[in-house]
Design a protein. Structure first.
Length: 149
């Protein structure tokens, strides 16, 4: 399933059916799509902290991605998904297969994905982190001597 993009003019034969949903704005649909997926594949070659990967794990869907940028902060290798060697499409394919080939392991990865999302990215957690940064900056500002006029 591909969302966020309309159906291409020329369809590629990928060897499996592909459904294009177009742009989705309803959060409930997003949750349903992520939850229905067996795996979320994020083949970004560079990305800082992709929301799609965070949204997927928040819905209990494991992620397979290249080991680049902020994806390392989202995907815990072989714990909630699979991080393939950067730009190695064969390793990405191995990761997809590894996630899907064992039903029990897949269920554990998905459960861990949800737990990791709640532990690391839930609003209360992120809010506390922002507050800590702001308080640290304010404290540093307070400790700086006033400029001489």
């Amino acid at each position: 399933m591909v969302f966020g993009e309309a159906q291409p003019r020329k369809k590629e034969d990928l060897g499996f059916p592909v459904k294009y949903t177009g742009h989705i704005t309803d959060e409930n649909y997003f949750c349903q799509f992520y939850s229905a997926a067996d795996v979320m594949i994020v083949p970004s070659q560079q990305d800082n902290l992709p929301n799609t990967a965070i949204e997927a794990i928040a819905c209990g869907t494991s992620v397979v991605a290249f080991n680049v940028g902020g994806l390392r902060d989202i995907v815990a290798y072989e714990k909630n998904g699979y991080l393939a060697q950067a730009f190695d499409s064969q390793d990405l394919a191995r990761g997809i297969q590894w996630v899907l080939e064992d039903v029990q392991r897949h269920a554990q990865l998905c459960a861990q994905a949800r737990a990791d999302a709640v532990r690391k990215f839930a609003y209360p957690v992120v809010t506390k982190q922002y507050l800590a940064v702001y308080e640290e900056v304010l404290e540093r500002h307070r400790q700086q001597p006033s400029p001489v006029r």
